[in-house]
Ligand binder design. Structure first.
Ligand SMILES: O=C(O)C(=O)C[C@H](O)[C@H](O)COP(=O)(O)O
Length: 210
């Protein structure tokens, strides 16, 4: 069984790539998680964008103990609590407010709050948070932006997400302040709908080797 992450750093260290998945049917959650784990990616961010998301998190937590399932797209305090109740082992948000950061901290789970600017990163540092999601990565300046931050803010490590592909991931991962990258390219909707689990394992294996 994979160890539960206890800090933001533990989340970043799960694997080079964090699959960001949108689950439309709760029935696909378990085989999807198994396919990613088989490819070497234990950490899975299930976005709270679909009605099936909380059920998907609960099923993965109960049935795939080798996976470390987290909730993504946490945008309200209520969602943070609901995701924790469903069995999420970490939380990820695309942006952050004081209220959301407090709600995520109150769950006792490790979390990666989202930032897109230096000032947002500074606000989180003031709260003692030094691991963050950088979103939307490509649209907000990409690897060049994060490279610029490594000088003034060397204590912050990021999981850039948003527009990253198998081709652009290595440039991010080469930076000292990037722990892992997030992306949805590992679980294309058509492969999930068709139950093409072996092909998803293949995409995961390629990413796990970064
Ligand atoms: O839902 C969230 O919480 C987000 O922050 C958005 C996702 O992380 C990105 O949509 C994934 O990015 P793509 O790999 O470009 O699909």
């Amino acid at each position: 069984m994979t160890t539960n992450p206890r800090s933001g750093a533990d989340i970043l260290d799960l694997a080079p790539v964090m699959p960001v998945v949108v689950v439309s049917e709760a029935e696909s959650a378990v085989p999807l998680a198994r396919a990613l784990v088989a490819g070497g990616l234990p950490g899975i961010e299930v976005t709270l964008r679909t009605p099936a998301a909380l059920e998907a998190i609960a099923r993965i937590a109960a049935e795939v103990p080798e996976a470390v399932v987290g909730a993504g797209t946490v945008v309200t305090p209520e969602q943070a609590a609901a995701a924790a109740k469903a069995g999420a082992r970490f939380l990820v948000s695309p942006g952050c407010t004081d209220g959301l950061a407090s709600a995520m901290a109150d769950t006792g789970l490790p979390f990666l709050p989202g930032v897109g600017t230096v000032s947002e990163a500074l606000a989180l540092l003031e709260r003692g948070v030094s691991e963050m999601k950088f979103f939307p990565a490509e649209a907000s300046g990409g690897a060049a932006f994060l490279k610029s931050l490594a000088g003034p803010l060397p204590q912050v490590r990021f999981c850039p997400t948003g527009g990253i592909t198998v081709a652009s991931a290595p440039a991010y991962l080469a930076l000292p302040n990037v722990g892992c990258v997030g992306g949805s390219w590992l679980t294309p909707a058509d492969l999930v709908a068709a139950g093409e689990w072996e092909r998803i394992t293949g995409l995961a294996r390629e990413a796990a080797a970064f």
